[in-house]
Design a protein around this ligand. Structure first.
Ligand SMILES: [Zn+2]
Length: 344
């Protein structure tokens, strides 16, 4: 099969001819139809996260099952699938309570520790595949359907985890990014009032198009003051921070009103940030992390898309051979929403 392979950190992709994967016991092989190209996998490309080289990256996949190994139930050739990228054990305490991202025995991630979707075929434990429901037009929208498993599932989880309620005010930091813009959409879907915070005027315009009621240009305004002004001095109910630098986290914490919740999803920086204990106490504020999504949250995200309630924003598609081009645009922050590779 053809595959775009990363041989070392920060090196260009190399188009290789690899042996077609064969399904072992408990495994299945899918023909890749499309694979998302977001910032998460760009972090893998640029070596900012742990990775097993050489590797085929890509974890937002739409595919068609072509082979199942012994003992596999629930999948057959021809099934249309997407995937859950956490290689969780399925039987520890955290897996049992439906919090697979916290798995005690996590073996890693698709596209970082085992080969992912930048190839003609992908082989995984069968239980990592998820059926795409009928009613989703994957034939006409392969790129969009491929990214649901992360771009929609991640903010869908935040809606629940932060308990976003109708008419609450939600500030999204990094709202113009690939996940941020979908967070704007999902908070709007939850009937919240959404304020988009970003440093790109063009992307803030797009945030308005997908549901932001107000925007704050952090390159020009004092974010905390702007959010106080936009909420009549009350502060926001929920601040979701996809940037999660020290300065954005401190601004996000400072912008919370009484009963406010701060959610961080950046997480690549180990640096601590400061928040006032008296503000936490007196306002009963909450600070929380939200890590990816469970398999069930992907299934529900697919269902939401099948019902036409939300739909991912993919603005650029490329052929497999053009992976280098899309990653140059990701590095430069030029992509609005998501980009994706669509196989020929
Ligand atoms: Zn587990």
């Amino acid at each position: 099969m053809k595959a775009m392979v990363l041989r070392k950190k920060n090196e260009p992709f190399v188009l290789e001819e690899r042996p077609d994967p064969k399904a072992g016991s408990g495994e299945a092989v899918a023909r890749v139809i499309a694979c998302g190209s977001g910032l998460t996998i760009h972090h893998a490309r640029s070596g900012r996260v742990a990775i097993n080289y050489p590797i085929i990256i890509g974890h937002e996949v739409l595919g068609e099952i072509v082979e199942t190994g012994s003992g596999v139930q629930g999948f057959k050739s021809g099934d249309i699938v997407t995937l859950h990228c956490y290689l969780s054990c399925g039987h520890c305490r955290w897996c049992r309570v439906n919090r697979e991202p916290l798995c005690d025995n996590l073996l890693g991630f698709v596209g970082r520790h085992v080969d992912g979707g930048y190839a003609e075929f992908i082989k995984l434990p069968a239980r990592n595949f998820i059926h795409v429901p009928e009613g989703i037009d994957y034939k006409n929208h392969p790129a969009e359907v491929a990214v649901i498993c992360d771009a929609i599932a991640t903010p869908y989880k935040v809606v629940r985890r932060a308990r976003i309620a109708p008419l609450e005010t939600v500030a999204v930091f990094g709202a113009g990014g690939g996940l941020g813009i979908h967070m704007v959409m999902m908070a709007r879907w939850a009937h919240a009032r959404v304020i988009a915070v970003d440093i790109s005027a063009g992307k803030l315009g797009k945030c308005r198009e997908v549901g932001a009621e107000a925007v704050v240009d952090a390159s020009k305004e004092n974010v905390v003051e702007a959010l106080r002004d936009l909420t009549g001095g009350m502060g926001v109910d929920v601040a979701v921070d996809f940037v999660s630098s020290v300065s954005t986290l401190e601004a996000a914490a400072e912008s919370l009103g009484k009963g406010g919740r701060l959610v961080t999803l950046g997480g690549y920086s180990p640096q601590p940030f400061r928040a006032s204990a008296s503000r936490l106490l007196n306002g009963e504020l909450e600070i929380m992390g939200s890590r990816a999504f469970t398999k069930q949250e992907i299934i529900e995200s697919l269902d939401l898309c099948a019902r036409g309630q939300v739909w991912p924003l993919v603005t650029e598609t490329y052929r497999l051979e053009e992976a280098e081009k899309v990653h140059a645009r990701l590095e430069a922050g030029r992509i609005t929403g998501r980009a994706a590779i669509v196989m020929g």
